[in-house]
Design a protein. Structure first.
Length: 366
């Protein structure tokens, strides 16, 4: 593993209350109406160039991952059908997961302690309407996606390692990473018999299979049970969720400006959230470079990306990828923080004491 990879793997701490309650969480499990592996996870799908992603439009959302300089996109379209993609990128195993019911895309380190590949599967169970995964190498292990801690009896509390991910449109991801590959649809299903694979023709991946679920705030198929429903925001409002040092904070997409650079502190972490509403992109970075905490403002730049940044301390210019492209910090890079987007009802079910962003931390643009 390269030094760069080690620097960007921040594990988000578990909520103390949820962590202390792991013993009781199994009784909150609900059947999603399908058996184990009833939704077939993909393993090592074929990577292809953007020209071969015929089932995608520029507006489709993807989970973008970069490992050791290798970029790959994992479309929501694959998550709708398979929910889990076990893969190898940049010489490193990863597990890409997406729950359609909470609209949460989380990526985990897929390397086991013995250096083998962790292969996650769909258990058929839900917790707070959220995907529960199992480990194919330890079938008693159960990992609710949004807390990624084992709630099975053996090694309860053992946690997966969360990795940074950029959730954005396919069009913007290609602009940010022109060299990207993409996980091809209808591949990576060799684990399953042919009659299962035949149920997933590539042309089906362009169709969202859940009707109006994403937009109907009253349509929650399985009500959360670990905490009361929080009605501070609409149930399906998308938020960026951050948690550090037992403090949680949600950044609602509908409350943030069309483009924004938000300077904030959550728990013990000084951080920056950059946001672009058109592409539904929210990326959190650490504001600490070396021993200096920087403050950023947004400005326009003619590079095809929605916004760029200037730090007020040195006047250095930074792009959306967190790279300093001019000024005293030229060549430096911000560390992306591991976090994820979620529908509000899912985030607040796990983190009921979460704070919400109220407009703080934005400096006037230049």
């Amino acid at each position: 593993m390269s030094i760069l990879l080690a620097l960007v793997f921040f594990a988000v701490p578990l909520d103390a209350d949820i962590y202390d309650r792991l013993n009781e969480l199994p009784r909150h499990l609900r059947s999603g109406g399908i058996p184990r592996d009833g939704i077939p996870a993909m393993s090592n799908p074929i990577p292809v160039t953007p020209a071969n992603a015929h089932y995608l439009t520029d507006a489709d959302l993807v989970l973008g991952v970069v490992v050791n300089g290798a970029a790959r996109a994992y479309p929501h379209n694959l998550g709708w059908k398979h929910e889990i993609i076990n893969d190898r990128l940049g010489g490193h195993y990863i597990c890409v997961t997406f729950c359609p019911l909470t609209s949460t895309g989380l990526v985990f380190d897929g390397t086991a302690p013995d250096s083998s590949q962790i292969e996650l599967g769909v258990s058929g169970l839900l917790l707070n309407s959220n995907l529960v995964m199992y480990d194919r190498n330890d079938e008693e292990a159960l990992y609710p996606q949004m807390i990624y801690a084992n709630i099975g009896e053996d090694q309860r509390g053992q946690s997966l390692t969360l990795m940074p991910v950029v959730e954005t449109t396919w069009g913007l991801w290609r602009k940010m990473h022109p060299e990207t590959t993409i996980a091809q649809a209808a591949t990576g299903l060799d684990h399953y018999p042919i009659y299962i694979r035949n149920l997933y023709p590539i042309e089906d991946y362009s169709r969202y299979p859940y009707g109006n679920y994403r937009n109907d705030h009253q349509m929650i198929i399985f009500d959360p049970t670990t905490s009361p429903v929080n009605e501070k925001l609409a149930a399906k409002e998308m938020v960026l969720g951050l948690r550090f040092a037992e403090e949680s904070k949600a950044y609602p997409f509908g409350k943030m400006p069309a483009t924004a650079a938000i300077n904030d502190r959550v728990g013990d972490r000084d951080l920056l959230v950059i946001f672009d509403r058109k592409s539904a992109t929210a990326i959190p970075y650490s504001r600490t470079v070396g021993d200096q905490v920087l403050t950023f403002l947004a400005h326009d730049r003619e590079d095809g990306l929605p916004l760029a940044l200037i730090d007020t301390e040195t006047g250095s210019e930074w792009n959306m990828l967190g790279q300093a492209i001019s000024g005293p910090f030229k060549g430096a890079r911000l560390t992306q923080l591991a976090a994820y987007n979620s529908m509000w009802f899912g985030w607040s079910a796990y983190w009921p004491e979460t704070k919400t962003w109220q407009g703080e931390g934005i400096l006037p643009s230049r």
